[in-house]
Design a protein around this ligand. Sequence first.
Ligand SMILES: [Zn+2]
Length: 639
Amino acid sequence: MSSSQEVEEIKVRINVDELLRDYLKLQPAGTGTYKAACPFHNEKTPSLMVSPQRGSWHCFGCGAGGDIFEFLMKIENLSFPEALKILADRAGVILTRQNPQAHDRKNRLYDLCELTARYWHKVLLESPRAESARSYLAGRGVSEEVIEDFNVGYAIDDWSNLFDFLIKRGFKAEEIFAAGFVVKKDRGNGYYDRFRNRVMFPIVDHNGRTCGFTGRTLNPEEPAKYVNTPQTDIYNKSAIVFGLYRAKSEIRKLDTVVVVEGQMDAITCHQFGFKNTVASSGTALTREQIQLLKRFTNNIYFALDADSAGQKASERGSELIKSVENDSRLVEGTDRYGKRSQFIDPALSLNLNLKIISIPNGKDPDECIKNNPDDWRQAISEALPIMEYFWRMFSASQDLNDPQIKKNVAKLLSEKIAQLDDPIEKNYWIKEIANRLAVGEEALRELVSRVVGSLKAPVRPQEAAVTAQPQKTINDPDLLKFRTILAIIWRFPELLSKLSQELLPDYLNEGLAQKLYKSLILFYTTHNELFALGARGREETNIFSAFTDWLKTQAVSDGAEQFLEQSYLLAQKDFASLDAREAKNEIETILKLLKSNYLSSMISRLNNELRQAEKIGDKIALEKISISLSELIRQKSEL
Ligand SMILES: [Zn+2]
């Protein structure tokens, strides 16, 4: 297959709605189309339309649109070769060697990671030197199925085992270094393997590409229990959520994601059927990671290990209260409040439904589930809403009759309330906490607003980037009106007969609208049989498809195809439930506007000519122009 054949084949195999569903909540919008809230600009009412039949999408809010490639490139910020590789893998299309795009630098690194994952996995299953790793995993109760699913592997205790293997398979030393698998020797020019005697867990991004690894040591003397791939061109730690690729369909199905701390916890959760689980990998979730999760659900449950939250919360709470006693400043970074806040704070302002799971019977989910999976199930169902959790954490075993303690608890909670994005929720918690603490609601509100004032406005790079981009929205008012006319015509082709008599091409600006309209009229007069079929027995898309296919044989300017796609999607978005009478009225209104604009511009032109004729005293011209002018004025008054 040639490159362009490959691209076409991929488009045939991956439905546009199927891909977009990974990112957006699609709602049916009539005749097989869908609508969704656009991820590329801020909006509440969906204006992004998707047509599976046409393999296209378009946002009527910001003008973004295209096919599956354009969507993936835009939402993941990828180059075309990267998008091609991902979609080819997904479609099961093998890209040919001749395709240079398939072999750019980043794709080489992905290939390297993929090969390494397979190698380490094979070593774990088959090598006599992996005996200790196999017994470690068996000892932790990790099933063979999970080892297979997560592609778990083993890096043997050797300084150059992986390096030698990859060199033999044709990779260059610099590439192996760039992927993070080796470390440069202090002396000399050589490299040595970064991962030795470690059980290896591949880190897969949400598109299913292996981009890094976490290695757990089997040497009890080794100080670094876990070692990760360093930041590379393809592994950005703060943008990847461990386990998301395996969990995403279940997250969508249950409309909930459970975030645990460790990779082993996530793996155990999957093994016991809690498949909507991902791992934060022991660090705080970044805003980027939370936004990634938000694509799949608004319900995020955090399970924090006992040493960072859980049962010790009340004790920790007391420590915190003490620590603020001598500190009159309200906000001073999150460190003072310990790990807890770091895990949760980035999510507070993102309008999410956050809950906290307290882990019973054991210090982490892994232990809890292995004791009894039902305990874990129950813990999830009893998860506390985030503000309720903070209330318990800060107020537990405190003497709230002590005015100083009461004041400090109020301060701590006001900092949390201040970060909530939803004004209704904010208001609810101000009332609720004021009531529980028996303090005045206004006093607490004042405290919250002081915190809000001192918080810097959060930077949202994604949104900022969107507004900074030049907008592709159509500004030409005639073109917009013509797009609406077309949208209605696709639904009610029989209206074209009347339209062609009343809408003169001159009513439209010279340019795309006029050219397309002339083409449409030509198409109409040469394809009478299509229109003669009548509304019954005719597939709605027939006229549209027939026209766009026919247009390809004509010489029409660039942008025509895109413009027509938009008009088709607009028909589904705004006119899906339009009846024939409303359609006729709509067209008449637009027609009147176009005609009125046209007449106005003609009248002002003739007025100019009239003045010129008066100046030079050309009586014949004066007469002619006057007649035309009064005719135009009459026509305009009749509108
Ligand atoms: Zn948009």
